[in-house]
Design a protein around this ligand. Structure first.
Ligand code: EPU
Length: 301
């Protein structure tokens, strides 16, 4: 039995054919072949090891907020770090586990007078997910605050990396090839009331410009250098385009919204349609920002 690859103490917590759709902000996607919710570093290490033994790919689930999971689900091991969410502020630094909610972190930093991460206010997801894709917005990205990260690297080794040793790019980082366990972020001393106000202001801007309360995976496409994908999609007349239950938001062109019954295949088809129209109008091929599980080829096949 394949479950034997997991140590006995973990085995009873492994869920087979676990539905994933409700764990994503798009509310789309089939089941995970195996699903594990880690509550300790040991759980993470054992799950990584088990996936290796089984010869199955490992997928790390954060807040599910930038994710499009195939209707067929995910053949592999899905690891959630929701049970690991401790946040410890000390001075102008904060030690945070990967499963912590990013907005909870921002709020804690504000309350404790740690300035910096407020620029990330309103970005959904977990700290691990934010680090794996270098989440950010107009005011900054998480890489700006990283001092060091402890992760399990692609070779399966536990490793501590300083900021200078980690490659971060625009909505991408090498950390997505491993499993982030925890990080130390650094900011500056700040004044509590000001920081709370600053975070609230950034959140209000997002609420005004984005379909925040609807089911979506945030921005669907990356911004081409010096351009706004949302504006390009808008100018190409794509707002309101629909495939099945998936619609291009009227509020922000770069958001695809699940109006209730959308399937991953609807979203993919709509993404294809938008990409083609934008290319016809602007001569630029948009690149997806949402992560596709189990991968674009497999989904499109
Ligand atoms: N615009 C339009 N029509 C639209 C959408 C936008 O004309 O339908 C215009 C806006 O008026 C603005 C410009 O395009 O002048 C840029 O739009 P916005 O300020 O909304 O920012 P964005 O570049 O579309 C980026 C991030 C968002 C982040 C916001 C705010 C990317 C791909 N997107 O959006 O991130 O929330 O800045 O900081 O980098 C995400 O990553 O999921 C995400 C939502």
């Amino acid at each position: 039995m394949s479950l034997n690859a997991f140590p006995p103490r973990l085995r009873e917590r492994v869920r087979v054919s676990e539905p994933l759709g409700q764990r994503t902000t798009l509310r789309i996607g089939g089941p995970a072949q195996y699903y594990v919710e880690a509550t300790s570093l040991r759980d993470v290490a054992d799950t990584v090891q088990a996936a290796r033994e089984l010869g199955l790919p490992l997928f790390v689930l954060g807040g599910g907020s930038n994710l499009l999971i195939a209707d067929e689900g995910v053949a592999g091991v899905v690891l959630s770090l929701h049970g690991m969410k401790k946040i410890n502020v000390f001075g102008h630094k904060v030690q945070v586990q990967a499963g912590a909610n990013l907005n909870t972190l921002v709020n804690r930093c504000s309350v404790e007078g740690l300035a910096g991460p407020q620029s990330l206010a309103g970005i959904p997801g977990t700290v691990g997910g934010a680090l794996a894709m270098n989440a950010g917005g107009r005011y900054g990205e998480i890489a700006d605050y990283v001092e060091r990260v402890i992760w399990i690297n692609p070779e399966g080794e536990l490793q501590s990396l300083y900021r200078e040793e980690i490659q971060f790019g625009y909505r991408i980082s090498e950390l997505r090839h491993g499993v982030v366990i925890e990080a130390v972020l650094q900011g500056q001393p700040g004044e509590r009331a000001e920081l709370i106000a600053r975070a609230r202001e950034i959140l209000q801007q997002k609420l005004a410009a984005q379909p925040y309360s609807e089911f979506s995976a945030g921005c669907t496409f990356k911004n081409p250098i010096g351009q706004s994908a949302g504006r390009m999609i808008d100018l190409a007349g794509c707002k309101g385009l629909r495939v099945g239950g998936a619609v291009v938001s009227d509020r922000h062109g770069n958001f695809i919204v699940n109006t209730g019954e959308a399937r991953a295949s609807d979203v993919l088809e709509l993404m294809g349609l938008v990409t083609r129209r934008v290319f016809e109008v602007h001569g630029i091929e948009l690149q997806p920002e949402v992560q596709l599980w189990p991968g674009r080829k497999a989904l499109a096949a």
